[in-house]
Design a protein around this ligand. Sequence first.
Ligand code: NAD
Length: 479
Amino acid sequence: MTTAAKNYIAGEWVDGEGISRDVNPSNTDDIVGEYARASAAQTQAAVAAAKAAFPAWSRSSLQERSDVLGKISAEILARKEELGRLLSREEGKTLPEGIGEVTRAGQIFGFFAGEALRIAGEKVASVRPGVDVEMTREPLGVIGIITPWNFPIAIPSWKIAPALCYGNCVVFKPADLVPGTAHALAEIIVRAGLPKGVFNLVMGRGSVVGETLLNHKDVTAITFTGSVATGRKVAGAVTARMGKFQLEMGGKNPLVVLDDADLKIAVECATNGAFFSTGQRCTASSRLIVTEGIHDRFVGALTERMKGLVVDDALKPGTHLGPVVDQAQLDQDLSYLKIGRDEGATLVAGGELLNRATPGFYLSPALFTDVDSKMRVSREEIFGPVATVSRAKSYDEALALANDTEFGLSAGICTTSLKYASHFKRNSEAGMVMVNLPTAGVDYHVPFGGRKASSYGPREQGRYAAEFYTVVKTAYTFA
Ligand code: NAD
């Protein structure tokens, strides 16, 4: 027996094998909690429990599903301040961002409480006389859910809620760095009264828990959000056994600023998109592409704005940017700051390690100018508060630079021209396009996802989530 928070398998809270210590990145002396790591055998037990629960849950009444999802939504929303504090303490985003993310999670469960009552099919006439054709959606079976550390409650929620809504059973593996919020979410889900085995929580390592899920024949589908490198492993393993999968991965999202942009809006879009949440968002605007007529004014105004950003303890009132999530991510950010300088980019602001009242991973937001699109800082996802500025001679060149990337998650443009805004919406090679808005920040009732190396498979969120979490059956009747 340990005092570590437990995993939830087959309707029981159980100890694991080994412990993960959840460290507050704003204050590394503060241990948020200890969490039991599930073993490979326990992960298999969770899959077996989910499989056993599936026949009954897949036939459960829509009212039951809607009620459960509604209860989960209500508890999350009622406790948003407390859960937001836990999230910010373990992940390092600011308290308003933490509370905002928890609110989003509650709203997502609420949305799918409604969707459970709207699961629709189609009935069409046949090409053959006297025959009816019906198309219906059926649940898949056991869904393995693997999530990253940067949205510890929103991403799990936008996977767990539709999985349960459409009648699937769940084995949820959160990121090892942020088990606290995931555990709190699991407690809420369990309290909502699901039958035994329908929902399972297995915390722990990707190489143990994650890989067991990828390779397990009874995990019908894997939904994964994380890095491209891990996404490739997911694709390889699940394809080998002909399973279904969906991947949401990295980004190197461009924000184009044209000469005719409203400077204030452009600077706010860049500040929010590049630096809020410490730049640790897959939709972060890490590439700012600016046309020549506004370039110097934009860089001047943005660096001025950056000086006013307070980097401090995530829970402290007035903090705009919390710390980087951990030492490994900080090392990655610092290594890219060196790479950028070595490549010949000019660091015009930030990029300094900061000391605060408590020991934490504090880094000032950094801006590179004179960035060529071939430079690694312009091509590779840094995943920190680091943005680059590249010059473009014209709108056409700006669009070409925006699309010159292996990623395609989100892209933005700041302009007052309807012509350029419309052209950019049509020609951007990204899954999501923003006009006069930050590349990060999306609605929860519409599809989310990207193109190229950013995503694989059906979209997440909104009604489009049904594409992944169900399979279509076509039935013919002659009567
Ligand atoms: P990661 O790939 O390191 O880990 C993601 C998850 O995969 C974790 O739960 C991890 O434990 C698990 N994992 C690791 N190795 C595994 C393996 N061999 N088999 C199975 N599972 C394994 O990513 P991260 O560092 O947690 O998250 C940051 C990345 O996530 C960034 O690239 C970011 O862009 C991306 N991200 C994408 C989106 C999106 O929707 N496109 C959203 C948020 C984050």
